[in-house]
Design a protein around this ligand. Structure first.
Ligand code: AMP
Length: 548
């Protein structure tokens, strides 16, 4: 027996039409670096998305299933592309503008992008790549920047505004299969080739609903969210779609991602929410400590993509800004957990929950797997690799235009769960605490040492701006931790004092013997600690090590 309910496909076009009509007055504000930012309503964005779809189909010959790359900052035009491209049946492929040139070339060729939409300010990055991108027939440029950089290159160049001008402001969006591809994003590819995750209309729709739930970000049309997390990094955590469902206003920083303009944006536009990786919040904290700014409008902030040091959360608590920790991956759309504490607790009782990665929503099932493949209990103590499954979790990677989907054994279990590569514990009430990436765990004399615990403890020291701990080979123990520390301005290194400080929060046998001061922790293209660089620097003898 089947249910008697209507079978309406869950499509991005439905999100778009809902936002442009029911929430037509909500706005997308894009920072321009000038006195007045640029504002556009959801109704205008909806009209322009339809115009863009007409232009792409009628002028550029885009057909359902074609992939279109976007090399863009967070701004209104990028939101238009986010809505128009999937709605017309094509596939939005966001390109990470911080990737090395050869990886970008590999990714565009693998996805077989026919068109690239680019911001003018990114043409210096795009132009030298184009001779290596045979599939790209058209480049559509929006915003300020030197167009002459594209002179003499093969693709036809179009001006975004000219291309969409005068076209109809409604479009008969096709009634697609909800499982068809809507968007794709390649993982950062720290090992091997980057891997393409292809989001479906259905997964985006369901994920957006979860983002909007009160137990997740829980925003409404009374809110404005400052979307710092790039649109090229896991769909800006789903915000451009989720906001169109509920009318949340968006504040888009475009290319102004440095702490000073971010602080100014917050003070002037008074967003109630923001989303970004810890590095951004560290930078903003240093900025507002040196030059106080009013951040009080931000009732809540979603912080994720890398572990949030508890000391950072405490520092923002003091500024009246509540950070809420979230965990996710490109493969998980990304919302996997959020650390809203259970009801009925005092501030003090909430704290241990807030510093976890958070609990799983109904759409994400989780299990912990031990080294021998055994399933571990949720007792807050048994540490294993996290595996997840759910309607917005990848079940495979894109195999290319002619290839089959890829299900590498190290990424997917035999029964189809995603192996996250993250190691941690889960409490009986479903809160996840990550202790490491599987490849970053320090295995010392048969015991595991958590690099994240050591980093968090070090970053709580008043002289320490940032700290990264990696495993280095050790004759006696197999591996031992190496502490690399970035000092705050004006502080001097006193390793013995740092070690004594660490001893207050971790077991004695876990204390690092090897220490070094570095000017900055190397970061990946999406702002996470890049530990493989530190391990390589150590192996190559580039670091000045002090042994205690
Ligand atoms: P990406 O696919 O580039 O977004 O990277 C996903 C990885 O980032 C995860 O597998 C984790 O290792 C890491 N990550 C994301 N969020 C957190 C978090 N809240 N705490 C610790 N690590 C995180």
């Amino acid at each position: 027996m089947y249910g008697t309910m209507q079978d309406v496909p869950l499509l991005v076009s439905r999100i778009l039409e809902h936002g442009r009509t029911i929430h037509g007055r909500s706005t997308v504000t894009t920072w321009t670096g000038e006195q007045e930012p640029h504002r556009r309503t959801f109704a205008e964005i909806g009209d322009r998305a339809a115009q863009l779809a007409h232009a792409l189909r009628d002028e550029l010959g885009v057909t359902p299933g074609s992939a279109l790359g976007t090399l863009m900052w967070n701004n209104a035009e990028h939101v238009e592309a986010y809505l128009a491209i999937p709605s017309m049946g094509a596939v939005l492929h966001t390109l990470n503008l911080r990737l090395p040139a050869e990886q970008l070339v590999w990714i565009v060729n693998h996805a077989d992008d026919k068109v690239v939409l680019a911001n003018g300010s990114l043409l210096p990055l795009l132009a030298p790549l184009l001779p290596h991108l045979p599939s790209v027939e058209h480049v559509v440029v929006s915003g300020p920047g030197d167009r002459s950089l594209l002179d003499g290159l093969a693709p036809t160049v179009h001006e975004y505004e000219e291309l969409i001008a005068g076209r109809p402001t409604s479009y008969a969006w096709p009634e697609l299969d909800e499982r068809s591809a809507a968007a794709m994003c390649y993982t950062s590819g720290t090992t091997g080739d980057p891997k393409g995750v292809v989001y479906s209309h259905r997964s985006i729709y369901l994920h957006s609903m979860q983002v909007n739930m009160a137990e997740s970000m829980g925003l409404t049309d009374k809110d404005t969210t400052l979307v710092v997390v790039p649109q090229f990094h896991v769909n800006a955590w789903g915000l451009p779609h989720a906001t169109f469902m509920t009318g949340v206003n968006m504040l888009m920083p475009d290319r102004f991602l440095q702490p000073a303009p971010l602080a100014e944006m917050i003070e002037r536009e008074r967003p109630t929410h923001a989303a970004a990786v810890p590095t951004i919040w560290q930078g903003l904290l240093a900025e507002v400590t040196a030059k106080p700014r009013d951040l009080s409008s931000m009732a809540s902030v979603t912080i994720g993509g890398a572990a949030c040091p508890p000391s950072l959360m405490e520092a923002y608590d003091k500024l009246g800004v509540r950070l809420c920790h979230a965990w996710g991956m490109t493969e998980t759309s990304p919302l996997g957990t959020m650390s809203n504490p259970p009801a009925g607790l005092t501030d003090e009782q909430e704290w241990p929950y807030r510093i976890t990665q958070g609990r799983f929503p109904a759409g994400v099932e989780a299990r912990l797997v031990g080294p021998g493949g055994e399933h571990l209990p949720w007792d807050g103590e048994s540490a294993g690799e996290l595996e997840v499954r759910g309607a917005w979790i990848a079940g495979a990677y894109y195999g290319g235009a002619d290839g089959e989907d890829l299900r590498p054994e190290d990424k997917f279990s035999e029964d189809g769960w995603l192996k996250t590569g993250d190691v941690g514990v889960i409490s009986a009430d479903g809160y996840l605490t990550l202790t490491d990436r599987a490849k970053d765990v320090i295995k010392s004399g048969g015991e595991w040492i958590s690099s994240v615990d050591l980093e968090n403890a070090l970053m709580a020291h008043p002289d320490v701006a940032e700290a990264a701990v990696v495993a280095v080979p050790d004759e006696k123990w197999g591996e031992r931790p190496l502490a690399t520390v970035v000092l705050k301005e004006g502080a001097t290194a006193d390793y013995a004092a740092l070690r004594t400080f660490l001893a207050q929060s971790v077991a004695k046998w876990q204390l690092p013997e090897r220490w070094t001061i570095i000017p900055a922790v190397p970061k990946t293209s999406v702002g996470k600690f890049d530990k493989k660089v530190i391990r390589r620097q150590y192996a190559d003898g580039e670091l000045d090590i002090t042994q205690l």
